[in-house]
Design a protein around this ligand. Structure first.
Ligand code: F6R
Length: 258
């Protein structure tokens, strides 16, 4: 696992974007796993600037969102389908037909989850999965005690996640209680993982997932078992890392061929 500590959110977005851009330049038909929430917005904005300048194109790339709320109206601005359309498809000029979001309004949610997994497989798997992390260590909406083997499925959001996401809604009671989320097993199948986190509220989760024991109590700790995972954090999110000096030293002396 590579841990990169940068001064602030701007640098996190820029460095994370350059990593994603490298993947897409090497393979313009790359398959991206797409997180929503506030963490990747700087990354998407930085990619958007490269697209606007004509330096990068997502016209042949595909995308798979991590999750979606169950039952949220299709036209609700906080449905992840709407967020992905706004923050990713429009900004990065993906072809809309190549971007998939789990169908949280399907009459058969289990079938929708199976379909979503089938679509990922048919696309050849995810080349780079972009992730944020919840303050409770969730990735996607795999809340604490999620199975490491899990696939896309219905989950119940933890009260902490509902409280944290209430900022996107008028009231906490408007936050849906259920979601569809890629499973930890689904996420781990991606060829590369890139997790971004900023701010002090993420410091405990980052310390637990980078340096703690691998435990379903901190679902993101499963990244320790991935062969190509990069975690990019700002100084605030890094402040509980015991080996912060080592990570800084490693990044400052990064092997140019790695
Ligand atoms: C969103 C997702 C979640 C968020 C996490 C952090 O698609 O899968 O795991 O990444 O809840 O949310 P923010 O970035 O808003 O702090």
């Amino acid at each position: 696992m590579e841990v990169i500590i940068l001064p602030g959110a701007t640098e996190v977005g820029e460095v994370a974007a350059s990593l994603v851009a490298d993947v897409v330049r090497a393979n313009p038909a790359a398959v991206l796993g797409l997180a929503t929430g506030s963490s990747p917005l700087g990354l998407y904005a930085a990619l958007g600037r490269q697209v606007a300048e004509g330096d990068l194109s997502f016209s042949r790339a595909s995308g798979f969102a991590l999750d979606e709320y169950v039952g949220i109206p299709a036209d609700h601005p906080q449905s992840y389908a709407a967020v992905i359309e706004r923050e990713v498809v429009d900004l990065l000029q993906f072809r809309p037909s190549r971007v998939h979001v789990p169908d949280g309004r399907a009459s058969d949610l289990n079938a929708a989850c199976v379909r979503f997994e089938d679509d990922i497989r048919a696309a050849g798997g995810v080349d780079i999965q972009i992730l944020g992390v919840g303050a409770n260590g969730h990735i996607g909406f795999n809340e604490p005690t999620s199975s490491f083997a899990s696939r896309t499925r219905v989950k119940t959001l933890a009260p902490k996640t509902i409280a944290d996401n209430a900022r996107f809604f008028e009231a906490a009671s408007d936050v849906p209680i259920h979601c569809l989320t890629q499973g930890l097993g689904t996420i781990m199948d991606a060829r590369r993982l890139l997790l971004v986190a900023t701010g002090a509220a993420k410091a405990e989760a980052i310390a637990a997932i980078v340096e703690g024991p691998v435990s379903s109590m901190w679902p993101g700790s499963i990244l320790q078992h991935h062969r190509h995972a990069t975690i990019i954090v700002d100084a605030e999110a890094a402040r509980r890392l015991e080996l912060a000096e080592y990570y800084r030293h490693t990044y400052a002396n990064k092997n140019p061929v790695s």
